[in-house]
Design a binder for this molecule. Structure first.
Ligand SMILES: [Zn+2]
Length: 96
């Protein structure tokens, strides 16, 4: 277990990601690649992924996520802001 190390890469170019369709069928087909089902506490999230605290769906971005980013959960229609949670992992906070 590591990850408590603070990232000094705040201003570094963001890594980009190519998303694939994980079969998340609760949103229209063209948006499916932006979401996937969460596999539970043992499911490690990628730097471009954040968990919706409301419906526990993983929101995926084409770029690395950083604190302050706004994301939208189409599954429960929540607007979220990316924050650093306990343990230094990225989490999402509900804006409204
Ligand atoms: Zn949601």
């Amino acid at each position: 277990m590591s990850g408590s190390e603070k990232s000094a890469a705040q201003d570094a170019p963001r890594q980009r990601y190519v998303l694939d369709d994980r079969g998340f069928d609760e949103v229209p087909k063209k948006y499916r690649k932006f979401y996937r089902r969460w596999g539970g506490p043992g499911d490690e999230l990628e730097p471009n992924e954040v968990l919706c605290p409301i419906c526990k769906v993983v929101i995926r971005s084409t770029r690395e996520l950083r604190p302050g980013d706004r994301v939208y959960c189409m599954a429960c229609m929540a607007r979220l802001e990316v924050i650093v949670g306990e343990g230094g992992r990225l989490e999402a906070d509900v804006i409204y």
